[in-house]
Design a protein around this ligand. Structure first.
Ligand code: ADP
Ligand code: ZN
Length: 764
């Protein structure tokens, strides 16, 4: 018999032990259940949980490992390995590509209830399981047992009779427990077996959805010729089993979702699986319903609105093969879908696809790698493809598909740019231009609906003293506090959008003590107030982080608007995506410039994307829509291009800029970030990192920017300094960067207080 060594990623957080540890596999263990399972291992006089990363036969043991000295594994903790071989390989990729530890990479793939030590040993931890009896003898044997049973053995006879009809029955049917004497008797005599079945926590939800969509029996729309063409190209690629990437550029309302649905239908029919990723805030009930009503319980949902238990159940349904379509946000890219044939990333351009904590992966890159490992197709869908996606197409790594028209043949709404400087010159200081007020009045009169978009929640961006010009900063972060009103009539408070610090808004300036504090910069609450004054009879909803904190509030608000219980929806980014309201004919963007002012090389791209998305909410059904964009920079090329739906003009300009100033996708960016409560340590660590890098010659084409304060110098009482590296190819700089990182890491361990160091690689 062959003997094995298990290479295990042990659950120790420290970066210094970021490697696998080898253990001997006890001879009587089932080897096929071991790879990807959690195990209990002896580690420095403790017992710790680990993940079996790979197995090596003893006769080819890794160099330097003496098999004689290996300690044996103590216990296998999963009945079904959590991580399949493709996921194990993906974890390796992530720790390499994003400079994360192996443990971080593995644990980021798993639902929290399946990480570390199982809460209940033996069974799948955290399952809501119920006991069933399963017939394990022939019908004639049961018949025999039934006729020979004693006359007063009522329970036994009843159970036997039932088991002759149904092969498997939940104990709940007889309202008895597993310890019941009749059950014990049946088990002892080998007539039945007891097993545990799992009831997914979301089951009731699916049943309800399936029921409500059945009653509305909508027939599927006939595909437009553009949709058909797109589908045909995808099907063709599917026939050849190799990894391929497509960029689907489809204007808002062009029926991209319908293409995903039809393609997945083909895949599922052929026994394959799919992952569909949507930005968290686009995971609306509308979107979920589309998938569940088409595919029923073959769908598993994975998003942050679920409880830990629900996430675990959904994940396990995929792992056991009961479901084969994962629909979810970013982390669903790690869903254990068997025979994966397709990964869809809808609204591929969304920034939420970048994870902002370690491992700082970019979902699109991870999707490409997962598809490569599984020979699957990646479909990047967007009305405004990112520069990254376009670059894939330009360099031959992806193929373009396009849906240039709306599925229902309606034109895209014309957008009008409103010059707010002109308004001011004419003495109009309202936050709503005259044109927008008129359009609102007309839309209300026609009993149609309006969406107003604003990028800032709260009442105002900040409070400034008109006497001395001082604002109020967060005591823990280097940022102005945002003004919020509490409730409809409550007092004003200042709140930090980074750390949550909150304090009553002062009447007197904290700096000069004059009573001269004044709000600047619009927030959604203020817009709501203004609208109520201007349109006292209009029914208004506001949707932002503050109004959707309660669980279910998001859905409630959208339902209300859908059922036309409101005329006006004011909101932040949350309302920009995926919503499909047929009665919305007017969309207003209140301050398009606020998006442009973010100091980031992607701010114009973000502006173009958001304006296009928001504008796409108007006129989706029979009624034509119009879009008004208020701005102080009416001639700005990004705003002009968005208003004209001219993606190509935007793209060519932006591409040129990125090439000129060397920004992604023409390089990648890595940032080293050091933070400490004392500024000198954070700064010192960043400077040290820079010097370490400079000790070795930089690889070709690399640009290193010296240590500087991070975008926000201080967050939650910690100072932050960074070193930014632009590089063409991660493979060529990885060792160079990691070496410098490790050196600084070692040094900072000896410093007082906690210094948090982090490398964020692969920004694209
Ligand atoms: P996108 O995701 O591209 O914005 P959707 O897939 O949401 O577009 O489709 C927009 C609207 O058009 C939806 O209401 C959808 O039901 C409808 N639709 C999609 N395909 C067709 C079609 N072939 N014929 C008619 N309506 C369609
Ligand atoms: Zn703060």
């Amino acid at each position: 018999m062959r003997r094995w060594i298990a290479n295990v990623v042990v659950n120790v957080a420290a970066r210094v032990v970021d490697k696998t540890f080898s253990y001997a596999v006890p001879d009587d263990w089932e080897i096929h259940r071991l790879l990807g399972s959690r195990v209990l291992v002896p580690f420095a006089n403790r017992k710790l949980v680990g993940y079996v990363q790979s197995l090596t036969p003893v006769d080819v043991s890794p160099p330097g490992v003496s098999t004689v000295e290996l300690k044996p594994l103590l216990e296998m903790l999963d009945s079904l390995p959590l991580l399949t071989p493709d996921l194990l390989a993906l974890a390796e990729f992530i720790s390499y590509r994003y400079a994360a530890t192996r443990l971080q990479s593995i644990e980021t793939m798993l639902p929290s209830l399946l990480r570390g030590m199982p809460r209940q040993k033996g069974k799948d931890s955290g399952a809501k399981a119920y006991p069933v009896l399963v017939r394990s003898a022939s019908l004639s044997e049961l018949q025999q047992a039934l006729s020979s049973a004693r006359a007063n053995a009522h329970w036994l006879k009843k159970i036997l009779a039932d088991l002759m009809v149904d092969e498997e029955i939940a104990l709940a049917k007889w309202a008895i427990t597993p310890s019941h004497s009749s059950v014990q008797q049946l088990l002892e005599r080998g007539l039945a077996q007891m097993q545990w079945r799992e009831k997914p926590r979301l089951q009731a939800f699916y049943e309800e959805l399936a029921l409500s969509s059945k009653t509305s029996t909508k027939s599927l729309p006939e595909l437009t010729s553009a949709q058909q063409r797109t589908l045909a190209q995808l099907s063709q690629a599917l026939a050849v089993k190799e990894s391929k990437t497509f960029v689907l550029h489809g204007v808002t309302g062009s029926g991209k979702t319908e293409v995903y649905l039809r393609f997945i239908e083909q895949i599922v029919k052929a026994g394959g699986g799919a992952i569909v990723l949507v930005p968290e805030i686009a995971l609306t009930p509308q979107m979920v319903e589309k998938f569940v009503s088409r595919f029923g319980s073959k769908v598993a949902l994975l998003h942050s609105g679920l409880s830990d238990g629900e996430r675990r159940d959904e994940w396990m349904r995929l792992r056991r093969g009961e479901a084969c379509i994962a629909v979810g946000a970013r982390s669903a890219i790690f869903a254990p879908v068997a025979n994966l044939r397709l990964v869809v990333i809808d609204e591929e351009h969304e920034p939420t696809y970048k994870q902002e904590e370690s491992p700082r992966y970019d979902t699109r890159q991870v999707a490409l790698e997962r598809a490569r490992l599984c020979q699957a197709i990646v479909l990047l869908g967007s009305a405004t493809p990112s520069l990254y996606a376009m670059n894939l197409a330009e360099t031959g790594k992806a193929r373009m598909l396009s849906l240039p028209q709306r599925a229902n043949g309606r034109p895209l709404p014309t957008a009008q740019i409103i010059d707010m400087r002109e308004e001011l010159r004419n003495g109009h200081t309202s936050i709503l231009s005259r044109a927008l007020q008129e359009a609102l009045t007309e839309t209300l009169a026609r009993r149609e609906q309006t969406i107003l978009f604003l990028n800032r929640r709260g009442y105002a961006s900040f409070l400034l003293c008109r006497h001395c010009g001082e604002g109020v900063e967060c005591p823990r972060c280097s940022i102005h506090l945002t003004l919020h009103r509490q409730g409809q009539t409550g007092g004003f408070r200042l709140t930090c959008h980074y750390c949550g610090y909150s304090t009553p808004a002062p009447e007197r300036c904290p700096a000069c003590a004059e009573v001269a504090m004044r709000p600047y910069g619009l927030g959604t609450q203020q817009v709501e107030d203004t609208l109520k004054e201007l349109f006292p009879t209009a029914r208004i909803l506001r949707m932002d982080v503050d109004s959707t904190r309660r669980k279910g509030a998001h859905k409630d608000l959208l339902d209300k608007f859908m059922h036309q219980e409101a005329d006006l929806l004011i909101g932040t980014q949350m309302i920009a995506k995926g919503l499909d309201f047929p009665n919305v004919t007017l969309v207003g963007v209140l301050n398009a410039d606020s998006l442009l002012m973010v100091p980031d090389y992607r701010s114009e791209e973000r502006t173009f994307q958001l304006l296009t998305q928001v504008a796409g909410r108007a006129g989706r059904a029979e009624k034509p829509g119009s879009v008004l964009i208020q701005t102080y920079r009416p001639e700005h090329h990004t705003i002009v291009a968005a208003a004209r739906h001219d993606y190509n003009a935007f793209y060519q300009y932006e591409r040129y800029q990125r090439l000129q100033y060397r920004y992604p996708p023409f390089c990648e960016i890595a940032a080293f970030l050091a933070s400490h409560q004392e500024e000198r340590y954070a700064k010192g660590a960043a400077e040290r990192f820079f010097r370490e890098l400079m000790r070795h010659p930089a690889p070709d084409g690399v640009v290193v920017l010296p240590a500087s304060p991070a975008g926000l110098l201080r967050v939650e009482d910690r100072y932050r300094y960074q070193v930014v590296v632009k590089y063409p190819e991660w493979n060529n700089v990885r060792d160079w960067i990691i070496q410098a990182f490790d050196t600084v890491y070692e040094r900072m361990r000896k410093i007082q207080g906690v210094c948090i160091l982090d490398v964020s690689a692969g920004r694209i």
